[in-house]
Structure formats: C-alpha cells, structure tokens
Design a protein around this ligand. Sequence first.
Ligand code: C5P
Length: 251
Amino acid sequence: MINDKIKEKIVLALDVEDIKEAKTLVDSLYPYVETFKVGLQLYTKYGNEVIDYILGKNSNFFLDIKLHDIPNTVEKASENVVLRGANFFNVHATGGFKMMEAARSGAIKAFEKLNKNFEENPPVILAVTMLTSISQEVMDGEFEIKTDVSEFAIRLAKLSKKAGMSGVVASSLEAKRIKEACGADFKVLCPGIRPAWSSKDDQKRAATPKFAIEQGADYLVIGRAVTKPAEGLSPIDAMKKIYDEIGEIEC
Ligand code: C5P
C-alpha cells in the first residue's frame, strides 16, 4: 500500500537527456510520485511529448520554467503553461510584485478558458527567491547589494506571498524561517534532498527527506537519489527506501 500523504509530497526531477529514459522513469515510478518536474533540459528538447506522457499517467506536471520577464509577457506565458496542463510552475521572485501578480492572473485566465474553478483547485505557482548559485560573494561583488543573502531570500518570500504566489522554492535549511515569516499555508518546495545512504553529487546544502519534512517542507524535489540510485538499487528500490524513511515520522 502506498502512503498517499508521502506521495503528495514527492516531486521527481526528470533531469535526463533522453526521452526514453524519462518515459522509463515515469512508467516505473508514477505509483509513488504525485508530481513529475520537467526542467529546461528536457522541455527544450522534447516539450509536448514528455508533457503528454506525464499527463497520460494522471500525474501532476510541474514545468520548472522559472519565468522572468515583463508582467505582460509573463501573464501570457503563464496562461499558456497552464493551458498546456501544468499543475505546478514557477517564476523568479526578483521579477517583482507586478510580474508575480501577472503570473497568477495568467493562470486564472487559463482556468476561465478551461471552464475550471480556480479557487477550488488552483495550480501551484512557486517563486524562486534566490538561486542557490547566487552566493554572498556574488551579492556583494557582482550585484553590489550589501544585504545578507538569506535575509534577502526571506524578504522575497514575503513579497511572493503578498503577490499571491502559492509558495517558494527553498533549501530545507530555510524552510522553518519561511514558514515563520509567511505562515503555515505558504508552501515550501525543497530541492537538495539526499537520504543518508545516497551520494550528495553537487548539492552543497543537502538534507535528508526526514529532516526536510521536520523543517516544514510541503514538497520534496527528488532527483538523482532516485533517478541515478546508489549501486545495487533500482529507482523503485531507492524510492521505497525514501518512503520507509519518511514513514517513520508523522507527516
Ligand atoms: O538530482 P538532484 O536531487 O540534485 O536534483 C535537484 C533538482 O532540483 C534539479 O532539478 C535542480 O534543478 C533543482 N533545484 C536545485 N536547487 C535549487 C533549485 C532547484 O537543485 N535551488
């Protein structure tokens, strides 16, 4: 029996080069995964094919497109993203309040066209506060913004909430502070998830699934820990181990 409470938190990052590999992962993992995340790598190569495959399994589709443009363009693009079937998508909070409002307005327009009730089951629109590649050195040296990078991320999370975003993408190490600043209903999606038994790869601030949930994560982005699992494990084995680990705590 699959624990639905765990399943609804799992977002699988389909960061692969080849459509066949993506389809094989979807085929084997969809019973365990509520949402498949398609990033720019796969989307720019296989766009509609991969989207239709995911939607064909009745799974949620997250387009990790990180929109960042003038409000009018973002509104139109968001409308198209939702019309195309995305249940989750994201924007950069640094695009500003009006741009984030425009993303929401585009999603509402798509729902009107689809004759769907936005209030009942709205798409999850997430804001990326600061890319993890933007370090304090980049803030100080390149942008000449003399602000603490994690303070800035919290400020952007608050702005995202005001602009009607569903939540933010953030490290598990910041999830608690974001919930405190923005409220329990404001969603936090955490990448950089690594069970203790898996390789950290290039994630510098990785956290276990259990830790992330304890810190308040609503969604866990799981990528290579499952898609490129440790020696001797299949993706399903790795996913089951993650379920077992999360199952030990209340969620
Ligand atoms: O394979 P891994 O679990 O490291 O994949 C993490 C996923 O989360 C990737 O799709 C990556 O683009 C995304 N992500 C991240 N760090 C962020 C934001 C997104 O790793 N700060």
